[in-house]
Design a protein around this ligand. Structure first.
Ligand code: C2E
Ligand code: CA
Ligand code: CA
Ligand code: CA
Length: 267
C-alpha cells in the first residue's frame, strides 16, 4: 500500500504534470507553427575585433506562438528534436536563409546555421544543403554549419563522413559551444573543421574568474596551432572584447555588438 501511495504521488506530482503539459502544448503548437507562419529568423553579426568589420551572421530561429507567445529556441529546439518537427523546421530555415542571402544586407557575408547533434547523425542534411546551394546558386563558402561537440563524439564515424562531404562541397564547419562537451583533442586533429566557437559560459566571467581566462587562452592557442579560427560568443562588455582581442580571438559575437535582429533591421 505504501508503494502504491508513493507511485500515485509521483504520478500526480503537479510540477511534473505542468512540465508535461507544457511539452505537449509546445509539440502541438510547433506542428502548426509552419503553416501559421509563426516561425521567423533573426541574424546576429560576427565581428572582427581589430577592424570592426562584420564578416558574417548567425541565423537563429524564433517562434511566436499564438497560444504561448514568444518561446525560446533553448526550450523548443530540444522538444522539436525528439520527433520529425525539427526536420521540417530546418528545411524551412534553409530555404529562408537562402532567400535572405540575396538581400543587400547579407550580400557577401557568411551565414552560420545551427544543426542539432541528432540531425547531424543522418546524412540527409548534406544532400539538403547541396540541393539548396544549387537551387539558389549560393557560394558554398558563405555557409557555415555550427555543430556541437556532442554531435561529433557520439558517433565519430558518421560525423567524420558528413564533415568530409561538407568540406568537399566547400561549406565551412564550426564546432559550437566548444569546451562544454567531452572535448577530445584527437578529433580536432582528424576532422576537417574551420572554426572553434568558445561557449558563452567561458566568456561571461572572464573579468572575474582566472580559470575562465586560462581556458579561453588555451582554446585560442590550441585552435591556432591546428590552423583553426576562433570565435567567441556572448561578448557583452568592452572589457571582455578587449581581453579576447588581446588573446587573438579572430571573431567576436554578442550583445556588445548587436542582439540578433530580423533581416529588415540589419544594415
Ligand atoms: P547557440 O547556438 O549557442 O546560440 C547562441 C545563443 O546566445 C543565442 O540564443 C543568442 O541569441 C544568445 N546570445 C548571443 N549573444 C549573446 C550575449 O551577448 N549574451 C547572452 N546572454 N546571450 C547571447 P538563442 O537565439 O535563444 O538560441 C539558443 C540556442 O537554441 C542556440 O544556442 C542553439 O543551440 C539553438 N538554436 C537556435 N536557433 C536554432 C536553429 O535554427 N536550429 C537549431 N538546431 N538550433 C537552434
Ligand atoms: Ca550556434
Ligand atoms: Ca552557446
Ligand atoms: Ca571557474
Amino acid at each position: 500500500a505504501k508503494e502504491q501511495g508513493r507511485g500515485r504521488h509521483a504520478f500526480f506530482d503537479p510540477r511534473i504534470n505542468a512540465r508535461n503539459q507544457r511539452i505537449m502544448k509546445i509539440k502541438t503548437g510547433l506542428s502548426q507553427a509552419l503553416e501559421r507562419q509563426e516561425l521567423s529568423l533573426v541574424y546576429q553579426p560576427k565581428v572582427r575585433p581589430d577592424t570592426g568589420e562584420v564578416t558574417g551572421y548567425e541565423a537563429l530561429m524564433r517562434w511566436r506562438s499564438a497560444e504561448m507567445g514568444e518561446v525560446s529556441p533553448a526550450e523548443f529546439i530540444p522538444i522539436a528534436e525528439t520527433g520529425q518537427l525539427l526536420g521540417e523546421m530546418t528545411e524551412w530555415l534553409l530555404h529562408q536563409v537562402a532567400q535572405d542571402m540575396a538581400a543587400p544586407a547579407l550580400q557577401g557575408k557568411q551565414i552560420g546555421i545551427n544543426l542539432s547533434a541528432r540531425q547531424f547523425q543522418t546524412g540527409y542534411w548534406v544532400d539538403a544543403l547541396k540541393t539548396i546551394i544549387r537551387q539558389y546558386r549560393l557560394r558554398p563558402e558563405q555557409i557555415c554549419l555550427e555543430v556541437t561537440e556532442s554531435a561529433l563524439v557520439e558517433n565519430f564515424q558518421t560525423a567524420a563522413i558528413q564533415l568530409m562531404e561538407m568540406q568537399a562541397l566547400g561549406v565551412r564547419v564550426a564546432i559550437d559551444d566548444f569546451g562544454t562537451g567531452y572535448s577530445s583533442l584527437e578529433y580536432l586533429k582528424r576532422l576537417p573543421i574551420d572554426y572553434l566557437k568558445i561557449d558563452r559560459s567561458f566568456v561571461r566571467d572572464i573579468e572575474t574568474d582566472a580559470d575562465d581566462r586560462v581556458i579561453v587562452e588555451t582554446i585560442v592557442v590550441l585552435a591556432h596551432s591546428l590552423e583553426l579560427q576562433v570565435i567567441a560568443e556572448g561578448v557583452e562588455t568592452q572589457a571582455q572584447a578587449d581581453f579576447l582581442q588581446a588573446r587573438g580571438c579572430d571573431e567576436l559575437q554578442g550583445y556588445l555588438y548587436s542582439r540578433p535582429l530580423p533581416l529588415s533591421e540589419i544594415g
